[in-house]
Design a protein around this ligand. Structure first.
Ligand code: SAH
Length: 364
């Protein structure tokens, strides 16, 4: 089968995915062109924004890649006040972002669960519920997920990080706090509760093979998720995986592989929301634009107050840490216009894959 035939198929099998993951030169260009074409046909040239609020770096986990793991004692821990969170949310609303994403280190104690429930309700009060709310707060019980959903959150991001159990345990400790089956069960709970559920993986991890990456894409398809986030792995000096930094692909290759993953998934799941992750921009100044051109349709501009941003370094040299929120804003419009895209302001920007399958879903 020729590359052109594969690029026009409805379903891709593992061998075809691997072939596309290995594409180079003219074939690679064809892959990116086809993914962009599919996106424009199905979703138009709109980019949806989620104002990112990095709520807290207090975390009970010690994932082997993450800079805010609780065992990294160099990090100064913080948690935003309710006022700070609401100020960020109001700013998102004023800037016309339509949605916010509340992300945090992982905690599941009652005080945290209650606090988030309260914050979600407060954010919902802004202009009569006009902001969409995405949560990215790690593994929780189904009951907690349901409480937050009932409070008004309607999208949830929980990356599987690696869908191969063996690889999962090479990038997480193998203990009760980092349980692969538990993470899988959480994704199932989110789907069951009714969230637009997002998952994803890091690309270019130590020990990760093309087989793993192909299986990751098939996993997203099998779970029929509404959203996916994928970004290059970036080694952090204060984490255990730093020791493998010479054994992983170069930053350029990790970026290219991420773009291939985005493009292939756009062919496999044409109407899902896919984020152009900030990690892309950290590895390559044009990274986010490249991800949009490879098939992504969501960007999460950072709204966290500047004084806290440098304490939320899940990976080093994170892009935009020093930018002011409104600077990010004008810069985005210009950058997107330059690549023939535009921001869809004042809308939730839900996943079409999800809303289509749920005809009674009340869209904003
Ligand atoms: N505690 C939440 C939020 C995690 S941060 C949760 O567990 O879901 C969001 C994402 O950043 C993670 O899911 C992970 O995929 C990514 N990330 C963490 N460390 C990284 C690193 N060193 N390089 C690239 N991405 C990283």
């Amino acid at each position: 089968m020729t590359i052109d035939e594969i690029l026009h198929k409805d379903q891709l099998n593992k061998e075809e995915i691997k072939l596309l993951l290995s594409a180079e030169g003219e074939d690679l260009k064809k892959l990116f062109d086809r993914a962009l074409q599919v996106k424009l046909e199905r979703l138009d040239n709109y980019v949806h924004l989620r104002g990112l609020i990095e709520y807290s770096n207090i975390c009970s986990k010690y994932c082997l890649y993450c800079g805010v793991r609780c065992k990294n004692l160099k990090v100064e821990r913080y948690q935003l006040s309710d006022e700070e969170v609401l100020e960020c949310a109001k700013l998102a609303h004023e800037l016309g972002y339509g949605s916010v994403a509340l992300q945090s280190g992982e905690r599941s104690d009652k005080a945290f669960v209650d606090k988030i429930t309260h914050l979600v309700k407060e954010i919902k009060k802004i202009d009569n519920g006009s902001l969409g709310i995405t949560l990215s707060l790690g593994e929780q019980t189904e009951d907690t997920y349901r409480r937050w959903f009932e409070a008004g959150a309607h999208r949830y991001l929980l990356r599987i990080e690696a869908s191969n159990e063996e690889l999962y345990y090479k990038i997480h400790p193998h203990d009760a706090r980092h349980d692969f089956q538990q993470r899988l069960a959480c994704i199932d709970s989110l789907l069951k509760v009714g969230y637009q559920t997002g998952t994803g993986v890091m690309v270019g991890l130590p020990f990760q093979t093309l087989d793993d990456l192909a299986d990751d894409l098939l996993f997203f398809k099998e779970k029929d998720v509404a959203m996916v986030g994928m970004g290059p792995f970036i080694p952090h000096p204060d984490t255990p995986l730093w020791q493998y930094r010479e054994q992983i692909p170069t930053a350029k290759k990790r970026m290219e592989l991420t773009l291939k993953m985005i493009a292939i998934l756009r062919l496999m799941m044409p109407e899902i929301n896919m984020v152009a992750a900030t990690a892309n921009q950290t590895v390559d100044p044009q990274g986010r634009e490249k991800a949009i051109l490879a098939g992504a349709n969501v960007i999460m501009p950072n709204l966290t107050p500047n004084e806290f941003r440098e304490n939320y370094l899940i990976y080093p040299d994170k892009a935009c840490v020093k930018d002011k929120p409104d600077e990010c804003h004008s810069c985005l419009d210009i950058r997107l216009a330059a690549i023939g895209h535009k921001v869809l302001y004042n809308a939730w920007g839900d996943s079409v894959a999800f809303t289509k399958g749920n005809p009674n879903y009340s869209k904003h």
